[in-house]
Ligand binder design. Sequence first.
Ligand code: NAD
Ligand code: UFG
Length: 329
Amino acid sequence: MKVLLTGGAGYIGSHTAVELLRAGHDVVIIDNLSNANESVIENIQKIVQRPVNFYHGDLLNPADLDRVFADHKIDAVVHFAGYKAVGESVAKPLMYYQNNLVSTLNLLETTTRYGVKNLIFSSSATVYGIPEKLPVVEESPLSTLSPYGYTKLAIEHILTDVAAADPSWNITMLRYFNPVGADASGLIGESPRGIPNNLFPFIMRVATGELPELGIFGNDYDTPDGTCVRDYIHVTDLAIGHICALEHLGGLRIYNLGTGRGYSVMECVQEFSRACGFGIPYVIKPRRAGDAPAIYADPTRAANELNWHAQRDLADMCRDCWKYQKNKQ
Ligand code: NAD
Ligand code: UFG
């Protein structure tokens, strides 16, 4: 297959590119580099020893998309491109609605024009809001707390309508839980700009001494150790999930991609300390607004229908993101 990855220079897209290339598929990437660096493309090529077709282009500009489809016969698209920071979306809602929604509409318009109707969309566990029942299944009630989350919900609605209007579309929406880790090569990984919002990037900056300590947002939740519980999933397992989804396209489908196992913030800190060989200094801070006390996936549907199972555990995630971090220094 020749697969177009929008936002393919980003964290999850670059790992998916590597796994697709390792599996023998061809990859075309379009990314405006708003949250990525062109060196990622060189590193993907270094890992797989194969060339990657890269377009420095913006999905907000239909001509950029048109160029890609005119140059390549694309079999399927994986749509990663978009902004993803929850806090920033609260501060800059229009920027989020504009980029995430208009990019998606432009993409759908172009793919329709070129007759490409195989699409995978990067959705998120954020569409479950604060769940009442755990683990969450694909039919769990949907709600969300941020403009970012609303863009994911809105795009899920748009894609559902598109699939209903034209049954020749094959659309799979993947609801990712918390991706962590890096390719085992240590050449690609997650490196957010500025002070990180997410747990693991923050822990890594503390481990390198760039930040003095981790703030743990609340230790008085109704969870085993009082800190929040999340379903962390190795980014390579997540990337492989896209290949399974591409191999099982058919109508409209929705899958949770998580491990089904929750880990607390404290467990993450302890596991990361084991991986790097020293303690991570932390302080307990007040709860962060909007945090679910606990959320983890029921990944049964992906197991049954896609034959996909996460293989890597929290120790693997910590080892691989630390390797990537050390490589970068
Ligand atoms: P990322 O920011 O690393 O990657 C997104 C890429 O899209 C970036 O490289 C960015 O430069 C590019 N991009 C943004 N707007 C663009 C535009 N208009 N035109 C072209 N390129 C554009 O993020 P990621 O962690 O790899 O996430 C990928 C997708 O998965 C996103 O849609 C995100 O919302 C979703 N997701 C991520 C997480 C997570 O925790 N990382 C969880 C759930 C869902
Ligand atoms: N946390 C801390 N200190 C920090 C950062 C995070 O204690 O400095 C805690 C949070 O309170 C939370 C846990 O670590 O309990 C995980 O927080 P993240 O910000 O890493 O992840 P979230 O589960 O809040 O959200 C992430 C993405 C969302 C996505 C969601 C589900 O940021 O975009 O996973 O996929 F929607």
